[in-house]
Write a protein that binds this ligand. Structure first.
Ligand SMILES: Cc1cc2nc3c(=O)[nH]c(=O)nc-3n(C[C@H](O)[C@H](O)[C@H](O)COP(=O)(O)OP(=O)(O)OC[C@H]3O[C@@H](n4cnc5c(N)ncnc54)[C@H](O)[C@@H]3O)c2cc1C
Length: 483
């Protein structure tokens, strides 16, 4: 390989980029030169947008432990701000609640980024701040470096490397403008993006009602009128502190506004959701020093399966730039931790084996798919289906068709099978007759899900088999479910 300034350049110092940097440095046997480039200042590493480190801040203990056990980095207070016992999902009428047990954490994303940056530095990772990457350099066949701009002086920045990891988040333009031939999908459909926003508030407790605030559980409120095509959340960050917000799909919001002759926006819906919360008295933007610049804001999240291909010659995509958040709940911290850990290790191996070609990096596609990504197409199908349902259907479905077994499946991050929907059971038969389309739809999407999972577990071992695999995936996915 030609001499390059760095072995690996990571564009974007968010959770995905920093996890990959730590993992690559940890697994490097040859003291690789790794550079993280972030457009923020050092004091604001990982900040997603001028609005801050906008996030619901929730991550499962399992995901964080996976990253810790592979990197040796121990996460604790203050970057872990609060612990929860699970997630409570509530139907629009609040009559049915489904409890998903499983410990989780509420992070302080600002402090989490700082912690990751310091751990990366301890391992010898270099940083360049105040630098926005604007493009990729190529030799026609391979990505060979980055082009950027110093955000203070405006001066040009260039650096070459054997591998560029694009971890610039949901608004990445590097992927769309990739200057070489590749199997990576360039653009995301706008219906697969969720507009989301939230506040971090402290409050006085007005009324004890655990369907509105519970310091032990993350609450998710399904409501197609308040969060069309998405959901609302009230996540505890302490006894009197909350991360509260919601996400919408633009198409669904437009349809809902037309239906009710309204002109609501994401912001007005968030404010309505907060004002309807009967447990929160005098919600006030958190004054905590560690929340400064991060108490209110919105940003977008991709909610489809991850990009069908994650690597190209000299280039890999990760985190939100690779559309990794779970389609069903927009949880992207976990996938960034899994993906970053895997990619960092494989990137170090590929550089040390002097092969950062598409083929040399291909194992990232396979290992990510086998460990985590295999379920995402099935969750995409479920998400698309749920977005077509009314509040009445969701109330009915949660009450009548969701079983304890389904809940266990979802807790294990598997797809619910809706096995309650069986015509030979007379009680169920009557219930199905009241909502036959819903019953059929849920069963159909559950069957499709099994096929999608099987298909994904057979991700091609080599790039040459990718085209055929992808065609079959699209055939399966779009047979029942369309944009
Ligand atoms: C409102 C909201 C609520 C959410 N709630 C949750 C939740 O509760 N749990 C969960 O798991 N996930 C949640 N998510 C998703 C989660 O926040 C993301 O999936 C996660 O932050 C993705 O990490 P990332 O590193 O890929 O991208 P980001 O966190 O966006 O980091 C990208 C980094 O790259 C930098 N950057 C961008 N462009 C450039 C450039 N051109 N040059 C240099 N640097 C650049 C950015 O400034 C930033 O530092 C939520 C998202 C939103 C918006």
């Amino acid at each position: 390989m030609m001499k390059r300034d760095y072995d690996i350049i990571i564009a974007g110092g968010g959770v995905a980029g920093l996890t990959a940097a730590i993992s690559a440095a940890k697994h490097s046997n040859q003291n690789l030169r790794i550079l993280v480039v972030d457009r923020n200042s050092r004091g604001e590493v990982g900040k997603k947008s001028p609005n801050g480190w906008v996030c619901g801040d929730a991550v499962s203990r399992r995901s964080l432990e996976y990253a810790s056990s592979n990197s040796g980095v121990v996460y604790t207070a203050p970057e872990i701000e609060h612990k929860v016992k699970g997630v409570l999902l509530l139907s629009p009428d609040h009559e049915t609640s489904v409890l998903f047990e499983g410990e989780g954490y509420l992070l302080n994303r600002k402090l989490f980024s700082k912690k990751q940056m310091m751990e990366a530095e301890k391992l010898g990772v270099e940083f360049r701040f105040n630098t926005a990457i604007t493009g990729l350099m190529s030799d026609g066949k391979q990505v060979v470096g980055v082009i950027g701009r110093d955000t203070n002086s405006g001066s040009k920045f260039t650096a070459t490397s054997k591998l560029v990891v694009d971890a610039t988040g949901a608004a990445s333009r590097l992927r769309a403008n990739l200057p070489i031939k590749s199997m990576i999908e360039r653009e995301i459909h706008r219906d697969d993006l969720e507009a989301t926003g939230r506040y971090i508030y402290t409050f006085k407790q007005k009324k004890e009602d655990k369907t509105y605030f519970d310091s032990d559980y993350c609450l998710i409120h399904l409501d197609q009128e308040l969060a069309p095509g998405g959901y609302c959340w009230t996540f505890p960050k302490g006894k009197n502190k909350v991360n509260i917000g919601l996400g919408v799909q633009k198409k669904a919001l437009d349809a809902r506004n037309r239906r009710f002759n309204r002109s609501d926006t994401l912001q007005s819906l968030i404010d309505t959701y907060v004002s309807r919360n009967i447990a929160l008295d005098e919600p006030t933007l958190s004054q905590d020093q560690n929340d400064q610049g991060n108490t209110s804001g919105s940003w977008q999240v991709p909610v489809r399966r991850q990009n069908d291909c994650l690597v190209a010659n000299g280039y890999a995509i990760l985190g939100d730039a690779a559309w990794m958040p779970r389609p069903i709940d927009a949880g992207g911290i976990g996938p960034a931790l899994y993906g970053g850990t895997i990619l960092g290790k494989l990137a170090a191996e590929a550089v040390e084996a002097s092969d950062t070609s598409e083929e040399g990096l291909w194992r990232f596609n396979i290992e990510y798919m086998r460990l985590y990504g295999y379920q995402m197409a099935s969750f995409e199908a479920l998400r698309r289906y749920l977005q077509t349902l009314s509040n009445e259907d969701i109330n009915y479905g949660m009450k009548n068709f969701l079983s304890q077994e389904d809940i266990q499946h979802i807790t294990r991050r598997e797809h619910p099978e809706f096995n309650k929907i069986q015509l030979f059971n007379p009680v169920m038969w009557l219930k199905i007759l009241r909502k036959p389309t819903l019953a059929k739809g849920l069963k159909q999407v559950s069957e499709l899900s099994k096929r999608l999972i099987n298909h994904n577990l057979n991700y091609p071992e080599k790039p040459s088999r990718f085209d055929a695999w992808q065609k079959d995936l699209h055939r399966l996915l779009y047979k029942y479910i369309r944009n």
